[in-house]
Design a binder for this molecule. Structure first.
Ligand SMILES: [Zn+2]
Length: 456
């Protein structure tokens, strides 16, 4: 562990010990420093914050930033003038560069659950903070018994991830792979369930990081005796499940199940406790559940959206940024004793897509398989996959560039994906209409077919 990282881990411990007062002090200091740095080094923020008073600036005085706006101002937004959007885009469009350094930084792209694609570049301090928060998360989840199990299993880790794009998980996997190649199994969200099961039975991981919907599928495989592994921990990400699902997964594997809610914009945002709440790391992030006019909603009420700041990454300051999720903050202290705010997230549901297989059997695919296919396609700005019947899909796209070329690639990739899952008979077509927005202005990337008793 580097000296810098050890220092961060120790300070994170002190923050937690000092409670809300110590956490709040760190947040204020780091926010003040980030605003000052952004004003001095980002032409975008210098202009945006021109009329704000000098320090101390209060969070609620800051204008709200959106992904669309920031991405449109990319070259003015970054605080290193040598970083250009065109270069970042070219790097992000090249799958052979996943996990490589970009101008001395780390680059990741957002998975398309929210509309505009994002490209995020982190400095090494931000990466160290993310690692230190990962350490905080593991220490809160694991007992000595779990640690023993992990060490006895040589730390063998299975990641089920989106390959082919610069998603944060793929970037992390590339870094891990350099250090411990033979202890890491990388599986793809595109692999059919029987293939995942065979690989996992063979590898016997003690740690797993699947998307939540894939963990659900695997728990069923374990319950039905086709999968037989004994992991100590499943760290789930990216999607929400019904609360009882976490318990079922834990029982199926007799393992700890941790869950985190974060974003590429703020990678160290929150992680779950044993009581099923997510605790926000408010020493390294700001977090404001707000109504549609960006006014703070009282605790216990469902918010319209949530505004967040990343207090670790100076290269691309994310300040009072509209994340687009509805959350609810617990009004009373969480029984787990954590001093960090406890929240639940609405509307990141994992919409499993169930198809009628050729022999009438159910074939289930996780939504991430579609995100991972469509996100990396250059020229696809927005997408929505609508399941119009148990064996039919309609793909709505907003395309920039040559529509025929883009559609050709999407069509070929979709055919390939469906064929690998034994779903060569599934019809799919391109819709002429653009992706449909919800009342809140969000785009659901996957809309499964509603069958009574399925897809509740
Ligand atoms: Zn808790």
């Amino acid at each position: 562990m580097g000296k810098n990282l050890l220092g961060l881990v120790l300070d994170n411990r002190r923050a937690k010990k000092e409670g809300p007062e110590g956490i709040g002090r760190r947040q204020r200091e780091r926010l003040g420093a980030m605003i000052a740095f952004a004003r001095a080094n980002s032409p975008f923020y210098r202009k945006l914050y021109a009329d704000l008073p000098e320090q101390p600036v209060r969070l609620e005085h800051l204008p709200v930033a959106t992904k669309k706006w920031l991405m449109g101002e990319f070259d003015q937004w970054v605080t290193d003038r040598s970083i250009k959007f065109a270069d970042a885009q070219a790097f992000a469009d090249d799958p052979s560069k996943v996990g490589e350094r970009f101008h001395g930084y780390t680059l990741a792209t957002t998975s398309g659950t929210s509309g505009t694609k994002g490209i995020f570049v982190y400095d090494d301090h931000a990466m160290a903070v993310t690692q230190s928060i990962a350490a905080r998360m593991l220490m809160s989840w694991l007992s000595f018994g779990d640690l023993f199990k992990i060490i006895a299993g040589s730390g063998r880790m299975a990641m089920v991830m989106a390959k082919g794009g610069h998603f944060a998980s793929a970037v992390a996997a590339a870094a891990l792979k350099r250090r411990r190649k033979d202890k890491l199994l990388q599986l793809s969200v595109h692999d059919p369930v029987p293939e995942l099961v065979a690989s996992l039975n063979d590898f016997q991981p003690v740690l797993m990081t699947p998307y939540a919907s894939i963990a659900s599928l695997l728990a069923t495989e374990q319950e039905q005796g086709r999968l037989h592994i004994r992991p100590a921990l499943l760290a789930l990400s990216a999607e929400g499940l019904a609360p009882e699902e976490y318990g079922r997964i834990a029982r199926a594997f007799n393992a700890k199940v941790g869950n985190s809610y974060a974003s590429t914009e703020v990678p160290c945002l929150s992680f779950s406790c044993a009581h099923g709440w997510l605790h926000v790391n408010t020493d390294w992030a700001t977090f404001e559940p707000v109504d549609s006019e960006f006014k703070r909603v009282p605790k216990g009420q469902v918010s319209h959206t949530v505004l967040v700041s990343n207090l670790a990454n100076r290269l691309q300051p994310v300040l009072r940024y509209d994340l687009g999720d509805s959350v609810i903050e617990r009004p009373d202290p969480c029984p787990c004793g954590s001093p960090f705010p406890a929240i639940r997230v609405q509307g990141r549901a994992s919409d499993l897509v169930r198809f009628a297989g050729p022999g009438g059997q159910d074939v289930t695919m996780p939504p991430m398989a579609f995100y991972a296919l469509l996100d990396p396609v250059p020229g696809v700005d927005l997408y929505q996959v609508v399941q119009t019947a148990p064996d039919a899909l309609r793909v709505r796209l907003a395309i920039s560039g040559d529509a025929a070329t883009v559609w050709q690639r999407v069509e070929a990739d979709m055919r390939d994906l469906l064929a690998r899952h034994g779903l060569g008979h599934v019809r799919f077509e391109r819709g002429d209409e653009p992706p449909e927005q919800t009342q809140g202005g969000k785009i659901r990337p996957i809309i499964p077919f509603k069958v009574k008793g399925l897809n509740p």
